[in-house]
Design a protein around this ligand. Structure first.
Ligand code: RAT
Ligand code: ZN
Length: 428
């Protein structure tokens, strides 16, 4: 990964501006007509390799933490939520089943007895199709055989190529009883997988068990171990700042100073209402509009910190753009979770382009299962091609010629260098 860091941001931007322009001859010739714009944008989006800045995937050395294959695809919590709407099976009964039995049940219910038109369901179809597997089978035999036959590492290469990405950022929780000990023993790093130090268990679940000095030591140890691209936490819609609760104090006096010292951003994912229906487990969370004045106060109080921000509620999106215009240390990213639907991605990205130009990160996948990268990134490209093309068309109408080189440079900024320049040197 090209690394910039705060002090080398200028150099990284220089790179961002130059490197994508060097390829195809003729790329600086203006596109002759507006009809050429959409195909050109599509081709450039296809050709670019993106960085996926937030996933729940794991590098191979973290073993069974990394999910892949048809049974994991079908038991994704987005699909479980949809399954319970279409079945009389209760969550308690469902939990008694093995993963294969759950996957069979979801396949039969959502894919055989219903047409899989929802975003998450269509995603499974797109993955099967990408591998040349039947999309209308009555059982999962063929798909299971196919995934069983794959060599894990080669399969990752193939999935990344199909998804058009070069790297992903994982979500790493040192306090996870399975994950923490693996890192402590020492794991083989894979340059395609960057780490992110996730702090939910500390800042959200039990902030009162920590004091500031202890957390500073913990963050230093885990920063050394993980070399994370950033620290991250998901926060409720009730998030406030400043706040003299244990969480507020840990954030202000341990986490933010640590991020500043290590020169890494803090990612805040704001607006989740955890476990509104606990019977659904991972699928039981909802969303709520937050008061983004908390963000304003954070940016004012910590001008030397960088914030990667994604917000769950649709209602907060315009306000987020306004704050990004006020604070250059705030980088909006992604259309998170319930927002990752074409209708909303189109709306939110259009708004961001109109208010921020290309100074934001349009999307991350949030993939939990390896092959989800394929459909999530394919959908992003499909939705964003006309959104970007429309902006170039308007620019042409207003009298500025658009070149391939400019399109390529913009895509590189949006999907790579806006993230790269936030990173310190030394990130894998
Ligand atoms: O999108 C999801 O899968 C959610 O369950 C969450 O993981 C969310 O993205 C998060 O990182 O908390
Ligand atoms: Zn996530």
């Amino acid at each position: 990964m090209v690394t910039g860091g705060r002090h080398r941001a200028g150099a990284a931007l220089q790179h961002a501006a130059n490197s994508p322009d060097q390829a195809a001859p003729g790329s600086v010739v203006p596109l002759a007509s507006e009809d050429e714009i959409l195909p050109a944008v599509r081709q450039e989006l296809e050709a670019a390799k993106f960085i996926d800045i937030h996933t729940h995937l794991f590098m191979p050395s973290l073993g069974s933490l990394g999910l892949w294959g048809i049974d994991s695809l079908l038991t994704y919590h987005y699909l479980e939520a949809e399954f319970f709407r279409c079945s009389t099976v209760q969550p308690g009964e469902y939990r008694q089943l093995s993963t294969c039995q759950k996957a069979d049940l979801i396949w039969r219910t959502l894919f055989v007895e219903n047409t899989p038109v929802s975003e998450a369901a269509r995603g499974v179809i797109a993955v099967l199709h990408a591998f040349g597997l039947a999309t209308n089978a009555t059982d999962l035999m063929e798909a299971r055989e196919f995934f069983r036959a794959q060599d894990a590492r080669a399969h990752i290469d193939r999935v990344f190529a199909l998804a058009g990405i070069s790297e992903v950022v994982m979500t790493n929780d040192p306090l996870d009883p399975e994950e923490g000990p693996l890192w402590e023993r020492g794991v083989e790093r894979d340059p395609r997988f960057h780490a992110a130090l996730r702090l939910d268990r500390i800042l959200v679940e039990c902030p009162d068990r920590w004091n500031i000095a202890e957390l500073r030591r913990f963050l230093a140890t885990w920063h050394d171990r993980l070399r994370p691209a950033y620290m991250a936490v998901s926060l409720p819609d009730t998030f406030e700042f400043p706040d003299d609760s244990p969480r507020g104090l840990l954030l202000a006096e341990a986490v933010l100073p640590a991020c500043r010292d290590f020169e890494i951003p803090l990612s805040l994912m704001i607006g989740v209402r955890r476990q509104v229906n606990p019977a659904l487990q991972l699928a039981g969370d909802a969303s709520g509009a937050a008061d983004l004045r908390a963000l304003e106060r954070l940016c004012v109080a910590f001008p030397d910190n960088r914030f990667l921000i994604t917000i769950l509620s649709r209602e907060n999106q315009h306000e987020l753009c306004i704050y990004a215009r006020k604070f250059s240390n705030l980088m909006p990213f992604g259309c998170w979770w319930f927002l990752n639907n074409p209708s909303i991605v189109e709306e939110v990205t259009t708004e961001r382009l109109e208010m921020l130009g290309t100074s934001f990160i349009p999307q991350h996948s949030d993939a939990r299962v390896l092959e989800q990268l394929i459909y999530k990134w394919r959908n992003t490209r499909r939705t964003l091609a006309p959104v970007l093309a429309n902006k170039y068309r308007l620019l042409c109408e207003d009298g500025r010629q658009v070149t391939r080189a400019a399109i390529r440079r913009d895509i590189h900024r949006l999907f790579r260098s806006n993230f790269e320049r936030l990173l310190p040197g030394g990130v894998i």
